[in-house]
Write a protein that binds this ligand. Structure first.
Ligand code: AHG
Ligand code: MN
Ligand code: MN
Length: 336
């Protein structure tokens, strides 16, 4: 695909490859691109609009809500609630499901999203992002239900993220590879910049919050110690990179290879499941990783095979180059 390809052009071409396509999924993707531009504009100007800082509220995650979180959440809801493509939504910032208002038509898809990922970094002008996951509804008709959202990751029809960094990028997959688009803000168009993202089978970088070492299990400690030993034949020691925004750490990982980890958090043995959420963080990024030739695990099983039982279920996450994620699993299987 030569020349300048806008995301709209790309979506049309993808739709043509699927004869049975009704165009509803394409409409959803157009809307995601629009929302990405709107949130990007707000992120870029946050410091000037007095929308940095917090709203003073605490969300369902027991975290302070940043003003930009709220703005990104409302932008997503306002863009999709009348699209006619969705039957129900869910967001990191919302305790229960987000129903489609009764005055609007419902469609056959669901949308789960993290409106602003890495928001604790936004005041420091560190990259943040939006993560989205689309499933086909399972309920017969009418307003969608929680069950329409609590589906295994392998059934996603669209998964991807927007990263608001030195440039704004939209990366998504519909199951036929991973495409990256970069926003040319001067014309307001996302242009195809990464035609077929493939993650290296093995990397030389690991990404983990080493400040949590005292809470790691034995297996993680031994794996990290192994990565830090010197052995040129296996590219060790690996370099450590950690931004603290999942979207930014993940984007670097799929482009350069390596492994991102947010393991079990033994600090709270009652909740040894890590920090990241399955539905709108781990699962969509796991689909992107797998479509790019990598993989994602909770340390024991593939993220895409976990059946969610709660909208905000947390899972440990090991994601990136296949060989690196496999090796992390081996250490966990051997040492716990
Ligand atoms: P969110 O801002 O959507 O709550 O996500 C924050 C997450 C994720 O972006 C990042 O990987 C992780 O928090 C960082 O956690 P630590 O600060 O505990 O390392
Ligand atoms: Mn997040
Ligand atoms: Mn968030």
């Amino acid at each position: 695909m030569a020349g300048i390809v806008t995301i709209e052009r790309h979506i049309v071409e993808q739709e043509r490859k699927n004869p049975g396509a009704t165009g509803e999924l394409s409409d959803l993707l157009y809307q995601i691109a629009l929302v990405a531009k709107i949130i990007s504009r707000s992120v870029r100007r946050a410091g000037l609009l007095n929308i940095l800082g917090t709203t003073g509220e605490i969300n369902v995650q027991d975290e302070e809500v940043m003003k930009l979180d709220e703005l990104a959440l409302q932008t997503m809801i306002n863009a999709f609630d009348h699209s006619g493509a969705l039957c129900v939504m869910a967001s990191e910032e919302t305790p229960d499901i987000i129903p489609i208002p009764s005055e609007f038509e419902v469609g056959k898809y669901t949308l789960a999203f993290d409106p602003l990922d890495g928001s604790s970094n936004v005041d420091a002008n560190v990259n943040v992002g939006t993560i989205f996951s689309v499933h086909r509804r399972v309920s017969r008709g009418g307003r969608g239900t929680k069950n329409d959202l609590l589906q295994v990751g392998r059934k996603q029809v669209v998964a991807g993220y927007v990263m608001y960094g030195s440039s704004t990028m939209l990366v998504y997959t519909t199951g036929q590879g991973v495409y990256g688009f970069t926003l040319d803000a001067t014309v307001g168009e996302f242009l195809l910049s990464h035609e077929n993202i493939r993650i290296p089978p093995k990397g030389k970088t690991y990404s983990i919050n080493t400040g949590n070492r005292r809470y790691w299990t034995e297996g993680i400690k031994k794996y990290i110690d192994y990565l830090e030993e010197e052995d040129k034949s296996t590219d060790r020691p690996y370099t450590m990179r950690y931004i603290g925004s999942l979207v930014a750490d993940f984007h670097r990982t799929i482009l350069y290879g390596g492994v991102f980890m947010y393991p079990k958090d033994m600090k709270n043995p009652k909740k040894p499941s890590g920090k990241l959420r399955l539905l709108y963080e781990a699962s969509p990024l796991a689909m992107v990783a797998e479509q790019a030739g990598g993989r994602a695990s909770d340390g024991e099983m593939n993220i895409l095979d976990i059946i969610p039982n709660d909208l905000h279920q947390r899972v440990p996450l090991f994601i990136g180059s296949k060989e690196d994620v496999d090796q992390a699993e081996e250490f966990l299987k051997k040492y716990g």
